[in-house]
Design a protein around this ligand. Structure first.
Ligand code: NAD
Ligand code: MG
Length: 419
């Protein structure tokens, strides 16, 4: 019989976050079974690396991707999941004609729901990019699962509703975003009521130190060259505009139940310190490691235990200095949007998130200048009908509206004679 060990709970404000009973699967000797939503992306691939490095602790239960069926098939042949799924029906049709590994089933109807609700799933890792990630995260929380959330847009869009669902269903949310994982780890050193502030670190992206005028004509190829992290295209552009940090402020506000004034940002080009927690007595705790998502992913999957895994190690012999700068709010106005949306809450997160997704898409297609990404987000945010306590359905409606507004704005600007 499994020995019941105490549960480790971090009570954050009125919420309980990251509660994972230690007498779960691992303590009883069974491997934790993981469902990955977004397995073919940057986070998905790192998650598989972690799972395959810890075969005695973790196993792949289900994999879901959007359209890259060849990549998903390769992953399935390597890891033998029980289920796989593709959310793009044309890709699912193409995949259905291929030979699947023995024991693996391609789900089509209610695929994500079937995967995440399955009683054998211990952890769902949500690594779909953008607002599209909300549905799967929601289903997993609704099923009362432990959810390792990489998809920050879910929390930006609907943080209070998502956390309320987790509380009602007894589900657990564990952060995967490196800054939030760092905060979560540092918070173990104190009580929730003892937090003075958190300070999110930002690399500054590829355009750190540039002026606004130097950014007028930057191309997608230039913006996609991140100095420290290797990530999917959307988050890489978000890092170049610093919108990623804005989204992370909002994510932190809901996840850790903080007041907006308790969240600060500092530029740290080396990306070794992943964030700070300052406690009421003035003591500051940080989490350090080289920039490698394997570590926060592994921490979420093996929590609360720490084991040796595939994450890069800090080379102390090579370490010289860790630098900090204040963020340049004039060149990177997205940060200001983050502070504002974190403060106002309500419908603002969904509107900002959708406007940004549409703007980033337009920039990558060459239809929107780089500096217009935060500009159009500001316009759309300012023109929406604010409501303090929106329903999920209202947020979905506003998500669609914001995307249309961005397209309308781009069309209007393109035909403007002053452009
Ligand atoms: P990515 O573009 O590399 O991968 C996205 C994944 O989502 C792919 O597997 C793709 O098939 C799937 N996907 C895309 N659209 C979909 C849709 N409509 N429906 C279902 N699946 C869809 O992205 P990424 O860099 O891995 O980022 C994933 C998430 O993790 C984002 O929310 C990002 O902000 C967050 N995140 C990423 C990193 C990182 O280092 N990459 C770090 C922190 C947080
Ligand atoms: Mg991050």
């Amino acid at each position: 019989m499994a020995v019941r060990r105490p549960s480790l709970a971090l009570r954050l404000g009125t919420r309980t976050l990251g509660v994972l009973l230690v007498n779960g699967p691992q303590a009883s000797g069974r491997r934790r079974r993981v469902a990955i939503l977004g397995s073919t992306g940057s986070i998905g691939v790192s998650t598989l690396k972690v799972i395959e490095s810890l075969p005695e602790r973790l196993e792949v239960f289900a994999l879901c991707a959007h359209s890259r069926w060849e990549g998903l098939l390769q992953q399935a042949r390597r890891t033998h999941p029980r289920y796989i799924a593709l959310t793009d029906p044309r890709a699912a049709d193409a995949m259905a004609r291929q030979a699947l590994p023995d024991g693996t089933q391609l789900l089509t109807d209610d695929a994500v729901g079937t995967m995440v609700r399955h009683p054998d799933v211990d952890v769902v890792l949500t690594a779909i990019v953008g607002a599209a990630g909300l549905a799967g995260t929601w289903l997993a929380l609704d099923a009362g699962k432990t959810v390792a959330v990489a998809n920050k847009e879910t929390l930006v869009m609907a943080g209070p509703l998502v956390l309320d669902l987790a509380r009602r269903k007894g589900a657990r949310i564990l952060p995967v975003d490196s800054e939030h994982s760092a905060i979560f780890q540092a918070l173990h050193a104190g009580q929730p009521g003892e937090i003075e502030r958190i300070v999110l670190t930002a690399s500054g992206g590829p355009f750190r130190g540039r002026t606004r005028s130097e950014l007028t004509n930057v191309t997608p190829a230039q913006a996609l060259k991140h100095p420290t992290w290797n990530m999917g295209p959307k988050i890489t552009i978000d890092s170049a505009t610093l919108m990623n940090k804005a989204l992370e402020m909002i994510e932190a506000r809901w996840l850790f139940d903080l007041k907006p004034g308790q969240i600060q940002v500092i530029i740290h080009p080396e990306s070794i310190i992943h964030s700070f927690v300052e406690f009421t007595d003035g003591s500051i705790l940080a989490q350090l490691s080289p920039p490698d998502m394997c570590l926060p992913i592994q921490y979420a999957l093996t929590y609360p235990e720490r084991v040796s895994g595939p994450a890069k190690r800090l080379c102390w012999e090579e370490l010289r200095s860790l630098n900090f700068q204040q963020p340049d709010l004039e060149t990177f106005p997205a940060l200001q949007l983050g502070y504002e949306v974190a403060r106002r809450g309500g419908t603002c997160g969904a509107v900002l998130n959708a406007a940004n997704e549409a703007a980033v898409g337009a920039f990558l297609e060459g239809n929107l200048p780089f500096l217009d990404i935060p500009r159009v987000c500001r316009e759309v945010l300012d023109s929406h009908h604010y409501s303090e306590r929106p329903t999920l359905s209202e947020l979905h409606t506003l998500d669609r509206w914001s995307r249309q507004e961005v397209l309308r704005w781009i069309t209007t600007m393109a035909s403007s004679p002053n452009r």
